[in-house]
Write a protein that binds this ligand. Structure first.
Ligand code: NAG
Ligand code: NAG
Ligand code: NAG
Ligand code: NAG
Ligand code: NAG
Ligand code: NAG
Ligand code: NAG
Ligand code: NAG
Length: 468
């Protein structure tokens, strides 16, 4: 073991000035002889690598429709700001005594009450149960892709063994998230289900993962600050920040710009459930059901295709599913960006890429088609799509901090087009970029990030738009 050798004089000099009890400075060397006692880690929630995938083919469901109780009104009336909304002066000075040193007064959950990490309301329980359905599908999806596609398939998409290990690791992260949320919910927590994915190639799979993690992430941001149980919100925050990193990593695997936005978007729970449920084929008996609404599907007929050099120049290149996942089938080799050479053209997996031809742009005509309500979706086909909205008249672009409406044009039956608006959150930050949400509404209701769910009674259909 090496130690600094001090000359006698130096040692004496040191000792002379050393306060008793303070260590003599030495350069510490790591030792391998200490064996800390192993602390038993809590067990994870039981889960399997689900072997059966595909559409539901079993008997009609034993229960149908969302969980429900007495419904008091068709919508929540809009009110002016609360009585204290403007009370705090916000002038950089302190306005109340401090409860302890270095501790400003105020805050929620700061009075010393022990956190207990339990839901406090139906709102909390239903939001967490939705989060758990999401964690379970991600756990399955990440494993499924690794099992479904060969090493050669992944290599052809530019994803090597280290990339595949990252996907495997993401699945492990989901085990932890599912365990945490299950523990919070208790014995009736929703269990892992069986799933059905539309993708048939690795690059479609990556696009699907990128879109699925986007609504998983945004779904939680939409309610996190509305939870009654702030202690639960803290744990959820610390899992959803991992989900956000997964979403970005999948964008990078797809060769997209990792985060072409200054703010991440939040959406209401029913939007997330609308986008999630169609990929669940069946759930175990007595599975805890959800209260959330399933809106009809919105098909974006010229959904931008990130697999193309010019991804905006497309028609009908999705898998036809609720997420409008990119299809690889009609992309000719000379239009495919994965092996194309040159900055702005190539979209092989990377930390970041520029695109010479953006996936979308303000002024782009976006052609839409929507399903009618009343269709069976989700686990065992046991949920039914519904809307309280009249004939759709607007497209709502929901991204970053903004909800912006563009009128539907040439509405004919269940088709129309709209024009991608030119909006910025702040100067220099075009709002519609990245993987965003597009909804059809019957009203251009003014909503902001904390009251977006007030739009639900006016929502007809919801999907994801690949703006960039
Ligand atoms: C859904 O299907 C599974 C498998 O067939 C079955 O065990 C379960 O009870 C069904 N649930 C409902 C609500 O029908
Ligand atoms: C402290 O705050 C909690 C909510 O976080 C509340 O339930 C509790 O009653 C408060 N306790 C006191 C002593 O004010
Ligand atoms: C891209 O290149 C890889 C490796 O040469 C190849 O396996 C793959 O098929 C190519 N993909 C396309 C779309 O050209
Ligand atoms: C990438 O795009 C930005 C913004 O358009 C541009 O300023 C930059 O020069 C581009 N970089 C390369 C290497 O093309
Ligand atoms: C999205 O952001 C990327 C990267 O900054 C940029 O190249 C592209 O033009 C943007 N697209 C839109 C629609 O603003
Ligand atoms: C919309 O309808 C008008 C009038 O019928 C027609 O001239 C125009 O081509 C239509 N636009 C699109 C994009 O279909
Ligand atoms: C977008 O959001 C920002 C920040 O809240 C707001 O100032 C701006 O007015 C919004 N833009 C539109 C077009 O709604
Ligand atoms: C949503 O909040 C904004 C203020 O941020 C308010 O002006 C608007 O009226 C609210 N919308 C509804 C439908 O309550």
């Amino acid at each position: 073991m090496a130690r600094i050798k001090l000359s006698a004089a130096a040692a004496a000099a040191l000792l002379c000035c050393t306060v008793p009890g303070l260590a003599v400075p030495v350069i510490s060397q790591p030792t391998t002889t200490l064996v800390p006692a192993a602390v038993t880690a809590p067990p994870v929630e039981p889960h399997t690598d689900v072997t059966s995938h595909g559409p539901y083919t079993g008997p009609p469901p034993t229960t149908t429709g969302a969980l429900s109780t007495d419904v008091l009104a068709p919508s929540i009336p809009a009110l002016p700001p609360g009585p204290d909304a403007y009370k705090y002066p916000s002038d950089g000075k302190l306005h109340s005594p401090e409860p302890a040193p270095y501790t400003p007064s105020g805050g929620l959950g700061t009075n010393g009450s022990a956190p207990v990490y339990k839901p406090l309301s139906d709102f909390d329980y239903e939001s967490l149960a939705l989060a758990l359905y999401q964690e379970w599908i991600e756990l399955d999806l990440f494993h499924w892709g690794l099992a479904r596609f060969s090493v050669d398939d992944f290599e052809a998409a530019g994803l090597d063994a280290e990339d595949r290990f990252l996907i495997e690791y993401m699945a492990d992260q989901e085990v932890g998230h599912a365990t945490m949320v299950s523990n919070i919910l208790g014995t009736e927590a929703p269990k892992q289900c069986n799933y059905n994915y539309p993708v048939t190639t690795v690059r479609e799979y990556i696009d699907f993962c990128q879109k699925l993690t986007r609504f998983g992430e945004a779904g939680v941001y939409g309610y996190l600050n509305h939870l009654d149980a702030r202690d639960v919100g803290q744990l959820l925050l610390q899992s959803i920040t991992v989900e956000a990193r997964q979403q970005m990593a999948f964008r990078q695997f797809e060769g997209l710009f990792p985060m072409p936005e200054w703010f991440e978007v939040g959406i209401p729970q029913s939007w997330a459930w609308t986008l999630l449920a169609p990929y669940i084929s069946s759930c175990p008996p007595d599975q805890t059901r959800l209260v959330w609404q399933n809106f009809p599907a919105l098909h974006i007929l010229n959904q931008p295709n990130p697999l193309r050099v010019n991804g905006a120049d497309v028609w009908d290149e999705t898998l036809g599913d609720n997420l409008n996942t990119a299809s690889a089938h009609d992309v000719a080799p000379d239009q495919d960006c994965v092996n194309a050479t040159g900055v702005g053209i190539n979209c092989s997996p990377a930390v970041t890429h520029n695109r010479s031809a953006p996936l979308s742009y303000p002024g782009r005509q976006v052609f839409l088609q929507w399903d009618t309500p009343g269709q069976a979706v989700g686990p065992n086909n046991s949920y039914v799509t519904s809307t309280a909205a009249g004939q759709p008249t607007f497209a709502a672009w929901v991204s970053q901090l903004n909800v912006t409406y563009s009128p539907l044009m040439n509405v004919s039956g269940s088709t129309a087009y709209t024009v991608q608006p030119d909006i910025s959150v702040y100067e220099g930050d075009p709002a519609a970029n990245g993987t965003i949400f597009l909804a059809l509404t019957d009203l251009d209701l003014y909503v902001t990030p904390f009251n977006l769910s007030m739009l639900n009674p006016h929502v007809y259909a919801v999907s994801i738009y690949q703006a960039g």
